[in-house]
Write a protein that binds this ligand. Structure first.
Ligand SMILES: NC(=O)C1=CN([C@@H]2O[C@H](COP(=O)(O)OP(=O)(O)OC[C@H]3O[C@@H](n4cnc5c(N)ncnc54)[C@H](O)[C@@H]3O)[C@@H](O)[C@H]2O)C=CC1
Ligand SMILES: O=C(O)C(=O)COP(=O)(O)O
Length: 307
């Protein structure tokens, strides 16, 4: 089979990627619905009909788009989160959804640890003041010996656990499907409340559910001054409750890579001096993009080309 394949991830729709040539060698034509940016629903409604494959990013994929996607056989994410896709609705239309499991795990985990250290040593705050000629110091804390809660112990969570153990942290993880084969000295699984209640820092690595995990009630149960790192999804945290917790000092720093809308609108939370921001860059390393794109192309070909 040949035909058109849409490519929409922000990391690929600007300059493409050498691995996409494998699709062209098989006779597929590549189309970019929204070069260099996240496509809107209108961009998708205009470009997806007529495509047999879709190498997709984190853009919302609405039922309207699925309805219009006549002839589409497979949506292949070049990452791991599929919360932007209504999988049962896709499957009901005969569309297979694939994900690049674990392909960007190292990139995201390194950013999460970077954010944890940036928060514990106030690196962005120090840089901001010093670059404006102000010599100010805010006392930090060492992570060695501190308790890290890892919520979601899949591909990314496990990389974070290993790095945090290497830093001498005590790591406790929560996962609704704990893996008995994942055994590490200094790591144990526990229930969600216990994990969060006893943490000096928490790092999220799970898909979002129906409700935020960090809401007012949960934040109130946590240690005062906890550091929160979110490289997973914005929906895991109640923004209003988080702002109040930052104001009261219940949370010392929120470091987040993810937003409800990307790019996000200005808000009191995002401009708070104890909030550290990165632009959904967890998986945006040369290595993670290479691996994730390669797996996503494999997953397209697996579904579109007979062996
Ligand atoms: N910032 C970024 O650039 C990136 C962010 N992500 C986010 O990170 C998340 C994790 O990615 P991976 O580790 O690759 O996925 P994964 O599928 O390997 O692991 C996810 C883990 O979360 C667990 N889980 C499911 N519901 C949970 C809950 N309510 N509480 C705690 N754990 C729960 C699962 O059992 C699984 O072990 C993705 O869902 C995505 O939202 C993923 C890649 C890049
Ligand atoms: O893999 C994921 O779930 C991600 O969040 C990666 O996002 P990106 O493809 O780097 O925009």
């Amino acid at each position: 089979m040949t035909g058109k394949i849409a490519v929409t991830p922000r990391s690929l729709s600007g300059a493409g990627h050498p691995v996409l040539s494998r699709l062209m060698e098989r006779g597929f034509e590549i189309v970019y619905p929204a070069p260099g940016k996240m496509p809107s629903e209108e961009d998708l409604l205009r470009s997806i009909p007529g495509c047999v494959g879709w190498l997709a990013g984190v853009e919302p994929i609405s039922v309207r788009v699925l309805d219009a996607a006549r002839g589409l056989r497979v949506i292949s994410r070049n990452g791991t989160g599929v919360d932007n896709i209504d999988i049962p609705e896709a499957q009901a239309r005969g569309i297979t959804v694939e994900r690049a499991t674990g392909a960007n795990a190292r990139g995201v985990a390194e950013l999460a640890i970077g954010l944890l250290l940036a928060a514990s040593r106030h690196i962005p705050w120090s840089h901001q003041h010093l670059s404006q000629g102000e010599w100010r110091r805010r006392i930090g804390c060492e992570v060695k010996g501190r308790a890290l809660a890892v919520v979601g112990c899949g591909a990314i969570g496990r990389e974070v656990i290993d790095m945090a153990l290497g830093l001498g942290m005590e790591v406790v993880g929560y996962d609704p499907y704990p893996d008995a084969r994942f055994v590490r000295a200094g790591f144990r699984y526990a229930g969600l409340e216990e994990v969060l209640r006893d943490a000096d820092a928490v790092s999220f690595h799970c898909p979002p559910g129906e409700k935020p995990i960090l809401d007012e009630a949960m934040l109130a149960k946590m240690r005062k001054g906890v550091i929160v790192v979110n490289t997973a999804r914005a929906e895991l945290i109640d923004d209003g409750a988080m702002l109040a917790a930052l104001e009261s000092g219940q949370v010392s720093t929120l470091a987040t890579d993810v937003f409800h809308n990307e790019p996000p609108a200005a808000s009191a939370l995002l401009s708070h001096e104890r909030v550290i921001l990165t632009p959904h860059a967890g998986g945006f390393t040369e290595e993670s993009v290479d691996r994730a794109t390669s797996v996503a192309v494999d997953n397209l070909l697996k579904n579109l080309v007979c062996p």
